[in-house]
Design a protein around this ligand. Structure first.
Ligand SMILES: Nc1ncnc2c1ncn2[C@@H]1O[C@H](COP(=O)(O)OP(=O)(O)O)[C@@H](O)[C@H]1O
Ligand SMILES: Cc1ncc(COP(=O)(O)O)c(N)n1
Length: 275
């Protein structure tokens, strides 16, 4: 067997843990591997959770978060970063400072605020600190309630409303926004990247049939890690989204085969490899 001449992108996940493997760092590493990236991980929070919900959270001191980030970047060239759960203001600031020093070429932020189970992962006080982090990243991937928080409005009830909020946030922060329709009603789930840098061209809207399933634990984590891994390998965010969305839809459908947990089960990250 021969290896490709182009090395895989070195992708760092900065996120919390899920010991049942469906969300957070564990999901990110699987998603990165599924998209042919070399996965690395810095833990922001140890989370005692499963498919049913969050039981407790243990945070390392902010100085230890810095130590982990520097241990990676002092040694390894980081091609892309995916940022997930950040629990408190000091964690957000540590990551913002590290990004300012290292300036990785691709940074995706999933502004995780509340888990699918309804448990809060980012403290209310730290919501404001996200505003300082967002201008330092290239793409943010909020779900409907998270986009409402970022645009200081109530959650969108329609695709048109969602697009309006995404444009507002994209223009305010100068950042690309992946608008995700997972929480909207309808038989088709739409996603699109609103990119202020992409000019007047119409953005690609990718739709997929809504799958009737409860296996949606970690969909947002997995999608954002896929986008971070694909972007260094593709020309545009749209190309990355098209590929990631096809994969995620198949992964949600195949999640039925995994039989993990009694709550919201995980997606099948290796659907293209095993089935
Ligand atoms: N039931 C579903 N069927 C098909 N795709 C889905 C379904 N639920 C979510 N998705 C897709 O999963 C991704 C993340 O969804 P979303 O629910 O919006 O975010 P989050 O997981 O962050 O709450 C999006 O690409 C969305 O289109
Ligand atoms: C550590 C961690 N990060 C993120 C999520 C959100 O994932 P989801 O909203 O899909 O439950 C989670 N449950 N745990």
């Amino acid at each position: 067997m021969t290896m490709s001449a182009v090395p895989p992108p070195r992708v760092l996940s900065v996120a919390g843990t899920d010991p049942t493997g469906g969300a957070g760092i564990q999901a990110d590493l699987k998603s990165i591997a599924a998209h042919r990236g070399y996965g690395m991980a810095v833990v922001t929070a140890l989370v005692a959770q499963n498919t049913c919900g969050v039981r407790s959270v243990h945070l390392p001191p902010a100085s230890f978060l810095t130590a982990q980030l520097e241990a990676v970047s002092d040694d390894v060239t980081v091609d892309a970063v995916k940022i997930g759960m950040l629990a408190e203001t000091d964690q957000v600031q540590v990551v913002a400072d590290w990004l300012a020093t290292v300036a990785p070429p691709v940074v995706v932020l999933d502004p995780v605020i509340v888990a699918t189970s309804g448990d809060r992962l980012l403290s209310r006080e730290a919501e404001g600190a996200l505003e300082d982090l967002i201008p330092q990243v290239h793409l943010i991937t909020p779900n409907v309630p998270e986009l409402a928080v970022l645009s200081s409005t109530s959650p969108a009830a329609s695709w048109e409303e969602l697009l309006g909020q995404a444009h507002k946030v994209a223009d305010r922060y100068g950042v690309a926004v992946l608008a995700k329709g997972g929480h909207l009603p309808g038989d088709t789930v739409y996603d699109t990247v609103i990119d202020p840098a992409a000019g007047e061209e119409d953005a690609l809207v990718v739709g997929s049939p809504r799958i009737l399933t409860s296996n949606t634990h970690g969909t947002g984590c997995s999608l954002s890690a896929a986008m971070a891994t694909l972007r260094p390998q593709r020309e545009t965010w749209d190309a990355a989204l098209e590929e990631a969305k096809r994969w995620l839809t198949a992964g949600i459908e195949a999640g039925r085969e995994l039989h993990v947990g009694r709550g919201h089960g995980p997606v099948h990250h290796f659907v293209d490899l095993w089935t």
